[in-house]
Design a protein around this ligand. Structure first.
Ligand SMILES: [Cu+2]
Length: 311
């Protein structure tokens, strides 16, 4: 057999193998193009294709594209220090989204967190007429980061949190998140956490803010509440659904407590980032917490209706 004949025989064998595989697949079910990339389990199952898109079963923030909307980072790498980020949210046609609902006082909330969950930024970019969002950002340490865009498109009914990776360049030093602790201090404010995350259910988390041992009763409204909480899962930076228990009314202050309901999708380690505002300055208190298994009696007690959008 000369080389060409060998190739020809090999190609024929391949065609036969694929032909057989195709024949088996076709015999098991219709060749629905939507299921062809979904893996073997579906095509070998007698069940019809799942009607719920897999995205609805995932925690938020793990996907760069969901429900027809995509987060298109124009800036995918920045040097450590001060820089800026630009991005576009695109619809299913690839066009920039220019119409948003306002949620928690803003059309879009941008969270930037280091993969190690030691650096956290909560930003409110501005949108140009063409739909491009931009914001200054200060990321002091090199490493891998995740950018989350949290928004409600005017054409959709559901809030979305899309995530995309960002590299911060420069000399890298590992900085693992601190061990779990129930109190943390930021700029002289000590914040104590009460409550624990339980996997699969809603958990109440209450934070108490003190300064020099005295309760801080001057918590100012921030994004429609007396604090803003984001929870991220260590390992994949899944973005948890969190709702404030109390909405801010008018300009009145509150404190020293602010509480939230948070739903952890699994056991594991999480970082909580509480933004609170006192004397016009927003500060962030960060906590490392471990989520355990939900107590049996409380399993399925999460009847709280999901009306918010990831905040
Ligand atoms: Cu925000």
């Amino acid at each position: 057999m000369n080389p060409l004949q060998k190739i020809g025989a090999f190609t024929a064998a391949l065609a036969a193998a694929f032909g057989t595989a195709y024949g088996v697949g076709a015999a098991l079910g219709p060749a629905d193009p939507r299921t062809t990339t979904a893996g073997h389990t579906e095509s070998h199952s007698s069940e019809p294709a799942a009607k719920t898109p897999p995205g609805d079963l995932l925690p938020a923030g793990l996907q760069v594209s969901q429900d027809g909307y995509s987060l298109d980072l124009e800036t995918t790498a920045v040097p450590a220090g001060r820089s800026s980020l630009r991005f576009v949210v695109r619809d299913a046609d690839g066009d920039p989204v220019t119409r948003y609902e306002t949620a928690h006082g803003k059309q879009l909330h941008l969270i930037v967190a280091s993969r190690e969950l030691t650096t956290y930024r909560h930003l409110h970019p501005v949108r140009a007429a063409d739909g491009t969002w931009s914001t200054p950002v200060d990321l002091p340490a090199a490493g891998g980061y995740r950018v989350f865009a949290d928004f409600v498109p005017a054409a959709g009914s559901e809030g979305l949190t899309l995530g995309s990776d960002l590299s911060v360049t420069g000399p890298y030093r590992a900085s693992p998140a601190p061990a779990p602790a129930a109190t943390t201090t930021v700029d002289g404010y000590t914040v104590a956490l009460e409550g624990t995350l339980a996997a699969g259910g809603e958990s109440d988390l209450t934070f108490t803010v003190r300064r020099d041992g005295r309760p801080v009763t001057g918590l100012e409204p921030y994004l429609g509440a007396y604090g803003h909480l984001v929870a991220l899962r260590s390992g994949d930076l899944a973005y948890l659904h969190v709702h404030p228990h109390e909405e801010a009314e008018g300009d009145g202050t509150s404190g020293p407590e602010v509480s939230f309901a948070a739903t952890a999708p699994s056991t594991g380690t999480y970082r909580l980032f509480l933004d609170f505002k006192v004397d016009g300055t927003v500060r962030t208190a960060a906590f490392t917490v471990r989520a355990g298994a939900a107590p049996a009696a409380e399993t399925g007690s999460g009847t709280h209706e999901e009306t918010s959008h990831g905040h």
